[in-house]
Design a protein around this ligand. Structure first.
Ligand code: ARG
Length: 462
């Protein structure tokens, strides 16, 4: 005898192979969509009743049954069965057990193809909103830290060689900008997630007089997917989200790399709170920055999910194919990883200890104001290339003496270029260098403070 509970067994003459059952089932992971599946079913059922496709009594029975099922799921009492393949069939079967024929009518004018696409969109929309909230939290942490360090001098690097002085606040604000664009990308992608597939049914639409717009409105969608084939088959919204997530993780990975460098004893610029570090089982002195290392590592996994989703789509003919069931695990893991990473970083960044003296010392050891000296000579009339050459020789001299450019006497400096006057020391100090970069986007403390003020205003918290 065939098991009739499945919803599609009538066509078959023998039970499905045990391994095939396990191989094709998705309930182990898609049960996570349950609340959204119920939301979608309630909206669909109301519309069916409003259109006279099912009776008011059937609607009432469906609503009662789904409310009970929701409670069962929330309290962990719901019994998920792999025999029922996925979240949709599990819930539908339970509903039918509870309310009889009304439950069997719920699937009128609907297919699991448009149902699952709807569930994933509803779920992802909520996830995007959570992630946007977490990005904002991290941004606020960065703003507070940047404000405390608007004057803190540190070396700016190119090629990981000391280049020019910047403020630590300015450096942090670079990450604020990256996160701002990440939030913009997610907000933009949310608009395309937020469209209703229901009504597309299996692929061709429905012969019932469905009111798709009303379902879209009641589920908070901005509109309906306008082509039924496209609605059930494309997962570009999930790919786009994962691409935005990969970029966000890439930004956090770069921050991680810096946290790891800065907290190594050679740099000694920061220390990370002990609760985010671990020790070594053999080397008693070690305090390892595991969290940033894992953020850097997990970025690889999100990039992998993006490639997985792109690859999943690329060979599929229209419309729905079971391949699409494989969209969920990468997507779920992407969201979980992002949520944990952002949550951890908002707190980790708030707790870092900054060693200002070590940062300043690194600036002084790196001839970071050499460009300032060249600019100074240019302002006195020397062509830039000649100024570059004169300063390079002065750096060589200071290096041989084991001192900074600002430690050279006026006579020593004049030996490289007669245009040098006593006012040169104003530009040779890290603070003088910072103060001179006072245009928008520059590292002068006043500009960093202005950038922070603009950022707070943009976040609506001034
Ligand atoms: N579990 C399926 C998925 O995730 C639901 C849709 C199944 N549709 C079908 N025609 N078998 O995609």
């Amino acid at each position: 005898m065939q098991d009739k509970s499945k919803g599609w067994s009538g066509r078959f003459s023998e039970p499905v192979d045990a391994l095939v059952k396990r191989y094709t089932a998705s309930v182990a992971f898609d049960k996570r969509l349950a609340e959204f599946d119920i939301q979608g079913s309630l909206a669909h059922a109301s519309m069916l009743a409003a259109q006279g496709i099912i009776s008011k009594e059937d609607l009432a029975a469906i609503e009662r049954g789904l409310a009970e099922i929701l409670q069962e799921i929330r309290s962990g009492r719901f019994e998920w069965s792999i025999d029922l393949e996925d979240v949709h069939l599990n819930i539908e079967k339970r509903l039918t057990d509870k309310v009889g024929d009304a439950g069997k009518r719920l699937h009128t004018g609907r297919s699991r193809n448009d149902q699952v696409a709807t569930d994933v969109r509803l779920w992802l929309r909520t996830a995007v909103d959570d992630i946007l909230g977490l990005i904002r939290r991290l941004q606020l942490t960065l703003l507070d830290l940047a404000e405390q360090h608007a004057d803190t001098v540190m070396p700016g690097y190119t090629h990981l060689q000391v280049a020019q002085p910047v403020t630590f606040g300015h450096h942090l604000m670079a990450y604020f900008e990256m996160l701002k664009r990440d939030a913009e990308r997610l907000t933009d992608c949310r608009r395309r997630i937020n469209r209703l597939p229901l009504g597309a049914t299996a692929l061709a639409g429905s012969s019932f007089p469905l009111d798709r717009e009303s379902v879209a409105r009641s589920l908070g969608f901005e509109g309906v997917c306008e082509n039924s084939l496209d609605a059930v088959s494309d997962r570009d919204f999930a790919i786009e989200f994962t691409a935005a997530a990969a970029l966000l993780m890439t930004h956090l990975s770069r921050l991680s790399e810096e946290l790891i460098l800065w907290s190594s004893p050679r740099f000694g610029f920061i220390s990370i709170a002990d609760r985010y570090c671990t020790g070594s089982s053999i080397m008693p002195q070690k305090k390892n920055p595991d969290v940033p290392e894992l953020v850097r590592g997990k970025t690889g996994r999100i990039n992998g999910h993006l490639v997985a989703l792109l690859t999943l789509m690329k060979g599929q003919p229209l419309a729905y194919n079971k391949d699409n069931q494989e969209d969920k695990e990468p997507l779920f893991d992407t969201v979980d990883t992002l949520v944990d990473t952002l949550t951890l970083y908002a707190d980790l960044m708030r707790g870092i200890q900054v060693n200002k003296a070590a940062m300043r010392q690194a600036v002084l050891e790196g001839f970071a104001t050499a460009t300032d000296l060249a600019d100074y000579l240019v302002k006195k009339g020397l062509p830039f290339r000649d100024a570059h050459e004169a300063v390079a020789r002065a750096v060589r001299h200071a290096e041989a003496k084991g001192c900074d450019l600002s430690d050279l006497s006026l006579e020593e400096l004049r030996a490289f270029c007669a245009l040098v006057d006593a006012d040169v020391y104003g530009v040779l100090t890290p603070e003088g260098s910072l103060a001179s970069r006072r245009h928008i986007g520059g590292t002068a403390p006043e500009q960093v403070r202005a950038a922070i003020a603009r950022a707070r205003k943009a976040l609506g918290c001034d």
